[in-house]
Write a protein that binds this ligand. Structure first.
Ligand SMILES: Cc1cc2nc3c(=O)[nH]c(=O)nc-3n(C[C@H](O)[C@H](O)[C@H](O)COP(=O)(O)O)c2cc1C
Length: 322
């Protein structure tokens, strides 16, 4: 079993120490581990070309065409059975570098897109190199650690929930997560034995999940969450008692008893969470339907669009000095 540790923080600061502590605990469980300091890697922002997804029906491998260090991470990821990621909170959410990796990894590693394509190729009798890398489809697990300087969770509210954006596209099941806020006063996590013990527990949980079928692995993290699928506490409330978990994209029913809020998510809704296969498939089919609708419309209105675009070309653009 192989575990890849990813730190999005500074060299030898909080995130790095915590990822390495989790990896050390996983190693004691027999895992083969490796560590990546993301700031040492050149990961550029997604340009939105959609070349990754669009290459699939043409027999491509769904990989990004940008030439930077992503391919090194991709290979390490494909080899791994699990990841342990720690990311600092910058401005209430994960640092931008994390989101850059999310955007580059998301569509290119979307499990439903790749699974639908692989099944199509198998049905067409394709074999060997004509198929997608089989390692894409193994059951994978993750432990997530959000690191914040602020004393209260108030300033890290969007950290941990947003860290799931890296795991759900590839169908990686999060088995444990830690909201390591209040680091500003601590100096070093190495002076906080409770946090170090908790981090070791996360490392052990991830190691113990490796090699098991996804459905056989239970949540090993703490209690006290609202959503039973992603184990976060964010809710989108749109003025009725029907509320949404924005991480999973599923609907639940909210009730209040005294001071206690309860949200019930039906089994069917839980199944269609984007953290599970069904939720991703729903979105994959939605995206695949766009072309048939938008394509003919663009062709029919080509001349009209050309005229309507004219005033927008170069409009008030700030030019870079040469
Ligand atoms: C640009 C920037 C923004 C930050 N914003 C927040 C914040 O909104 N909430 C918070 O709790 N900590 C915030 N911090 C503090 C970091 O999360 C904290 O220093 C953390 O330990 C950095 O991770 P590292 O030690 O692994 O590098 C911010 C730090 C920086 C540099």
């Amino acid at each position: 079993m192989k575990i890849l540790g990813l730190s999005f923080g500074r060299k030898m600061k909080v995130s790095e120490i915590l990822v390495k502590a989790a990896l050390m605990a996983a190693e004691k469980e027999g895992a083969e581990v490796s560590f990546v300091r993301m700031l040492d890697f050149d990961i550029r922002p997604c340009t939105g070309c959609l070349g990754c997804i669009n290459s699939l029906p043409r027999g491509g491998d769904g990989r990004c065409i940008q030439k930077d260090d992503l391919h090194i991470l991709e290979e390490a990821f494909l080899e791994a059975d699990a990841i342990i990621a720690a990311c600092p909170v910058y401005a209430v959410g994960p640092a931008g570098l994390y989101k850059d990796l999310v955007d580059r990894f998301g569509p290119a590693h979307d499990y439903a897109f790749l699974d639908v394509e692989q099944k199509k190729r198998i049905a067409e009798g394709k074999t060997g190199d004509q198929l997608l890398d089989a390692r894409i489809f193994k059951d994978r697990f993750a432990g997530l650690i959000s690191v914040g300087g602020a004393m209260t969770q108030n300033w890290v509210a969007l950290g941990l929930p947003n860290m799931h954006l890296l795991t759900f596209p590839g169908n990686i099941k999060v088995v444990d997560q830690i909201d390591a806020y209040d680091q500003g006063r601590k100096g070093s996590p190495l002076l906080d034995q409770d946090l170090m013990d908790r981090t070791a527990r996360l490392g052990r949980a991830v190691a113990q999940a490796c090699g098991k079928p996804r459905d056989a692995v239970e949540w090993a993290g703490d209690d006290g969450w609202i959503c039973p699928v992603c184990h976060n506490n964010l809710l989108t409330v749109r003025k009725t008692t029907t509320v949404e978990c924005p991480v999973c994209g599923i609907y639940g029913k909210l009730s209040v008893e005294g001071d206690e809020v309860k949200v019930t998510f039906s089994e069917a809704e839980q199944k269609r969470s984007r953290c599970n296969y069904d939720g991703k498939l729903e979105h994959c089919l939605e995206i695949r339907s766009f072309g048939a609708i938008a394509g003919p419309k663009m062709v029919a209105h080509a001349e009209e669009l050309k005229l309507k675009m004219k005033p927008f070309e170069g409009y008030r653009e700030l030019k870079k000095a040469k």
